[in-house]
Design a binder for this molecule. Structure first.
Ligand code: PAF
Length: 256
């Protein structure tokens, strides 16, 4: 199970699934520099290795792989992975180079650990599409298991970056989950997506401390942006916004 540490209950849900399913559970903790398109975000990425190790031990993890940057990157990788249209939408568009970094590090980890299963969180829904592409196109003999997003009581999606929010920002951040919930409800009631989307974008514009990057309807199989809701397709609403200086992402699956 690849992680970047600063573990929370969402990670532990993945660990629990893995421990239940596999004979041996390996968790890696590595804050991968090559997937950060923003140096400030990398420098300030939360770290709590001691607490992480205690949590993983209590959760029944067999091995933790905690490599140094030089171990993972004895030299800078020259290889570039291009994930086609996934690079041009949502996270791909707003975080240039991010998915190349994810693809390379996850490939390295897969080669080193050689897992039968690998667990990823639904919160990073587009990352799941990236990993599925990677596994398919490079024939990794690995089954990818996606684990639902764990939320705080009020609905905020758990994320290591939540630790960086002030109390006020933490409250403000709820606009992301609330907007996703309202939009999902309205879609199910038959409202036009473009009308729903416009209304949500306007609400974000009224909040000074939040900057919405995207709020889009996505078809999950091909991972494509859609302008119309289709109840017969597997869809999700995906959002990304800055709350103060912290960039958060979340999504809701509409029909599974
Ligand atoms: O989702 C994450 O934490 C990271 O992108 C991952 C998969 C551990 C790769 O560094």
């Amino acid at each position: 199970m690849p992680t970047m540490g600063a573990l929370h209950q969402g990670h532990l849900d993945l660990v629990k699934k893995c421990v239940a399913q596999a004979d041996c559970t390996v968790v890696s903790i590595f804050v991968n520099p090559t997937q950060f398109n923003n140096q400030e975000d990398f420098k300030k990425y939360p770290s709590s290795v001691k607490e992480d190790l205690d949590l993983l031990e209590s959760a029944g993890v067999d091995y933790v792989f905690l490599p140094e940057v030089d171990t993972m990157y004895p030299s800078s990788p020259v290889l570039k992975l291009n994930f086609g249209h996934l690079e041009t939408i949502l996270e791909g568009a707003f975080r240039p180079g991010h998915f190349n970094g994810v693809g390379v590090i996850v490939s390295k980890l897969f080669h080193i650990i050689r897992p039968d299963f690998a667990f990823f969180g639904q919160k990073d829904l587009q990352q799941v599409a990236i990993i599925q592409t990677l596994v398919r196109d490079l024939s990794f003999p690995i089954e990818i298991i996606v684990v639902p997003t764990r939320r705080e009581e009020d609905g905020l999606a758990m994320s290591s970056r939540n630790r960086r929010l002030s109390d006020l920002e933490r409250k403000t951040a709820l606009i992301i989950f609330n907007s996703l919930s309202v939009a999902a409800k309205e879609l199910k009631e038959g409202k036009e997506w473009l009308v729903v989307q416009e209304q949500i974008i306007r609400q974000f514009q009224e909040q000074e401390s939040v900057k919405l990057e995207y709020f889009e309807l996505v078809e999950r199989e091909a991972f494509e942006i859609k302008k119309q809701f289709d109840p017969h397709q597997k869809m999700a609403i995906c959002a990304a916004a800055y709350v103060g200086e912290i960039r958060l992402i979340d999504n809701l699956i509409i029909n599974s």
